[in-house]
Design a protein around this ligand. Sequence first.
Ligand code: PHE
Length: 439
Amino acid sequence: MWYTTRCYFCKKTFVNNVNTICRRTSTVANVDKNSNELVLLGQKYATDDWTNVTPSIITKLGRNLHVKQYHPLSLLRQRIVNYFYGQFRSKSGTPSFSIYDNICPIVTVSQNFDSLLVPKDHPSRKKTDCYFINQDTLLRAHMTAHQAELISMGLNNFLVIGDVYRRDEIDSTHYPVFHQVDAVRLRTSDEIFCNVNDSESLKLFEHRGIESAEKQGCHTLEVVKIMEQELKNTLISLAQVIFGKDVRCRWIDQYFPFTHPSWELEVFYNDKWLEILGCGIMRQEILQKSGAVDRIGWAFGLGLERLAMCLYNIPDIRLFWSNDAGFLNQFKVDNPNAHIQYKPISIYPSCTNDISFWLPQDGSYSSQDFYDIVREIGGDIIEQILLKDEFTHPKIQKTSHCYSIVYRHMERTLTQRTVNEIHNQIGKTVAAKLNVIIR
Ligand code: PHE
């Protein structure tokens, strides 16, 4: 599977991917081999024989779709963040989780792998699976790369959201760049057992314990069960918030080097089971090395594209990268919970022209009249009309409207000249009929 685990961390199913990986090695596109330097996001990096980052991947750096206003990935991110803000609050009522959605995607091998106890010979470290800038530096392959560092900074509850990069083929559900939300929650024994009567006898850790399928050696079974319950409840309610109260969910045992025990959550949506996230009880060694010695933690990582494709009915993962107004305008809503079902648009490109005018001061103007005139003149090539801006001049007390008109022909490519002619015709007609003054 793509965005989370199977081929990436789970040794078992990785074997199935050997073919794909062999095919992939032969298609290593490359950046200027003669220069031994790369400038990425304003920073210089030395290149070496590990460098395999390609020009088209580099163009994705800094796009930050997950924070782009009205982008479907950003709407979904907002829903997840709102859920965590609402669900976890401190005694004083402030949200417990802090959000990091602006961390640079260029990380060290140590951040992406070593800090997470990924074995040195683990397949996920391979050149065939990651985009390396050089031997020590790569484009992060998961948001978990920032986990240890944020814990070292003293954080106990956080979400890290951003773009991640993995080498793979490109089809309607696979793309070498996608977005993840990772979460960590750390708790002390006092926090966990505060509501228990006989809390004296309850501990987080046990000495000389043995690792089993249920727990790590150092943890007590009771604390692991409490954490597991909180983790699973949190994620099931998150799935319900996104997919609706009645969504069917199931847990699958999983393997990650950085959590134990580990699970995957699957939801039943549009007649099939869909894997939406990986999670588990954090390896205590990571917490110890990061200075959180008296805490136990859970963590999860979730891919945004896959969820958004289901939720909004988006048929192709490439659409997320589109600048096409016919795509983006369908997500122009201020309420991130709005129910949106994407409607496929014509494959021919669109042209967007803006029109601004002062409204008549007698209150006779209505947008509906404007829409009718535009339709009347433009006919079926009018794909969308959006009120982009409305403002009242403080001195002259006149109101102005600015609309974007998206033109698209269903059977052929429109030239800008044709569109301009229609657009001018619209301008003239509205000026004459609606008593507006074109700006
Ligand atoms: N980093 C894992 C992935 O990308 C997801 C994960 C995060 C799993 C945190 C467990 C804990 O597949």
